[in-house]
Design a protein around this ligand. Structure first.
Ligand code: NAD
Length: 415
């Protein structure tokens, strides 16, 4: 990183975790696709230098640890890496390897692009109009893991503290309730929203939607919305126009003037910052997906939204993701599905999710030409209905390919 920007050499070292289960089935084929795209775009000039680092079962078998220190050091040194799915070890004192990686490197954005490829089965009417980019906050919210089980000493202490010190009397069954804490901070909200607005500006995307349940959770989710608007108006006044500004002008000067300002903002390609309540958003995203471009939200909302939106464009086998710290530059791109123990070694695994995560990585490195080659080839491959078993089951007249054959087909379709 230099001056807040990633400096990318022509031969960057990319640490990769193969992953458990189908990780082994999809990693090699995915790397071949990415290598072919880079070669197509840049010839010999640029090349990804893959460096395997260990995590998960493979790491445990070889080193006795699920997440050995050299793996974390490699991600620290090389900044950008990629990983297959990891099984969550049962026992052994580690809650989740994915969570450990995110926390150690403070990867505060979970980024999920949602885009449809021609020919992929979709449950919605206009999948071709879906082009959304989810920025899910990754470190706060109810996911911080601050929970106290009903009946425990800590739950009891907390109950007494709330009743005596805070005057809380609205818990219906206080003695048998478990309690959870939902921290939402200004800093945590701002860095997430800042990253989402910068992304929209850089990619010339029309809007950022702040998704929240602030009508009910006023000081957590409602505060997130306000922090988001504050930040946009303070840090990006020339590049954004907010619904809050619109409402203010409307109240002071009337609707006609507010509408005029909004139209002018759209014409000059300012990013429109809006907000939608979570439940309405879940409907809206199905009915009018084209009204939303970048979505900035907190951890739990982001979890639900990511899966719904993934299902709209073909599901788990082809939805990519990344966990990113836009300040330090650390980024780990990942398949969003799990280890799929039921299909390991059968050739049924769809490498699409990992391939598209790799494409996100190429874009993050600024290698957009290589990324375009993969998008284009995927469009061709899906249009020809040559797919792996998960999509084959849902597509009429499709040809069934194995994991490796599917990857080779994509490479053959790079023009
Ligand atoms: P899963 O994603 O592994 O499987 C759910 C279903 O989707 C299965 O039927 C599976 O066969 C299918 N599937 C998943 N990926 C596929 C692909 N690429 N191609 C074709 N079909 C695919 O979810 P699960 O069964 O709930 O979890 C299994 C293990 O994975 C657990 O140990 C869980 O902790 C772990 N997990 C890891 C991650 C991660 O590393 N990011 C994410 C989710 C689950």
């Amino acid at each position: 990183m230099a001056g807040g920007k990633l400096v990318v050499p022509d031969h960057p070292v990319i640490p990769f975790i193969e992953g458990d289960g189908i990780g082994r089935d999809i990693t090699g084929p995915s790397q071949k696709v990415l290598d072919a795209a880079v070669e197509k775009a840049y010839g010999e000039k640029r090349k990804l230098v893959w460096m395997e680092v260990l995590a998960g079962k493979k790491a445990f078998e070889q080193t006795g640890e699920y997440l050995p220190a050299p793996t974390l050091e490699a991600f620290r040194e090389y900044l950008v890496g990629i990983k297959g799915p990891l099984e969550t070890p049962v026992g052994g004192g580690i809650r989740s390897l994915n969570v450990a990686l995110r926390q150690t490197l403070d990867l505060y954005v979970c980024m999920r692009p949602v885009r449809w490829f021609k020919g992929v089965p979709s449950p919605i009417r206009f999948p071709d109009r879906v082009d959304m980019h989810i920025f899910r906050e990754n470190t706060e919210d109810i996911y911080a893991g601050i929970e106290f089980m009903a009946g425990s000493d800590k739950a009891e202490k907390l109950r007494r503290f709330m009743e005596t010190e805070l005057g809380v009397d609205q818990v219906r069954f206080p003695e048998s309730s478990s309690y959870g804490v939902k921290p939402i901070s200004r800093e945590g909200s701002e860095r997430l929203v800042r990253a989402s607005i910068r992304y929209a500006i850089e990619r010339k995307l029309p809007s950022v939607t702040l998704v929240h349940k602030g009508n009910i959770m006023k000081f957590t989710e409602g505060a997130f919305k306000n922090y988001g608007y504050d930040l946009a108006e303070r840090e990006f006044p020339a590049d954004t126009f907010t619904w809050r500004q619109y409402e203010k002008v409307k109240a002071e000067k009337g609707k006609a003037e507010a509408d005029q300002l909004l139209e002018a903002a759209k014409k000059t390609h300012k990013v429109i910052i809006k907000d939608v309540i979570t439940d309405a958003f879940l409907q809206e995203s199905l009915l009018h997906p084209f009204d939303h471009s970048v979505i900035a939200t907190m951890n739990l909302n982001g979890d639900y939204i990511s899966d719904q939106l993934a299902a709209m464009v073909g599901g788990i086998g082809i939805s990519p993701g990344a966990n990113i710290n836009y300040d330090s530059g650390y980024a780990i791109f990942e398949a969003t599905h799990g280890t799929a123990p039921n299909i390991v070694g059968t050739g049924k695994a769809n490498p699409g999710s990992l391939i598209l995560s790799g494409v996100m990585m190429l874009e993050y490195l600024g290698w957009d030409e290589a990324a375009e080659h993969v998008y284009d080839a995927l469009d061709h491959t899906f249009s020809k209905r040559r797919v792996t078993s998960d999509l084959h089951a849902q597509m009429e007249g499709a040809t069934l390919l194995t994991t490796e054959e599917f990857a080779q087909e994509i490479i053959a379709n790079m023009h």
